[in-house]
Design a protein around this ligand. Sequence first.
Ligand code: SF4
Length: 283
Amino acid sequence: MVLEQSQLLSSMVWRSSLLNWYDTNKREFPWRINVSPYQTWICEVMSQQTTLVVVLPRFNEFIKKLPTVHALADVSDETLRSLWAGLGYYARARNLRSGAQYIVAQLGGAFPQTFEEWLKVPGVGPYTASVIVSICYGLPKACVDGNVIRVMARLTGTSSAEVWSESGRFQIQNLADRVIDQSRPGDFNQAMMELGALICRKQTPDCASCPVQSVCRANKLQIVESCPPNKPRKEFIQLQLFALILSSGSESARLCENIFLAERRQGFLSGTLGFPLIPVPDV
Ligand code: SF4
């Protein structure tokens, strides 16, 4: 895959247009009002694979109940589970708590201030680290998520499905790191994400209102619809499982009088509590 980057690198005026657009169109979110590493970290992890409509009320509740990294490090499993209800992928919540415990135990509760130090926090990967250090510490680390891949693919007129591969992502990351606004890296990252969410949408992009239309190659070549192609679908496997229901009471006893065997699951449905699951044997 070859990214046509010249129009993005030759003049950086488009970055000012993007940032001006962001200044007047950005959505108000609680984590944008009180910018802190703690809130940025929580909102970023909550937003992974969960829509903002679901995240917003859960975020406010979470911060109210656990306002500091110390409170998160000490939270019980039960409270954490109830605060995470509805967000899915509970392993993310456990990782957050492990990260908080690391920050409290190893760093005395002080947040790391560099990309490399954030990567040492359990559960924090390069994307999350980039979000936090660019927004909270003004470090020029580009954040590349699905929205940004789509915007960059369109800006460069790349209609290869390779943009979704590891090597494609690497190229996009490289380009994003080169074009990121050095004086406002956090705003630049958020502006790219906001552009992808509000204007350069997957379906029906609003090119007429786009602040960077003048440098968009896909728009110029009129290939926006095919740019980039859909992400290749993941392969699904079918699982057939028996749920093993063992209870202490007799069949005639009322359900609530029985004690049932439950387990904390590993692997499939990891972290959830439920009846033991056994694969259905092949016949
Ligand atoms: Fe996306 Fe259209 Fe803007 Fe290009 S001009 S970046 S396709 S919204």
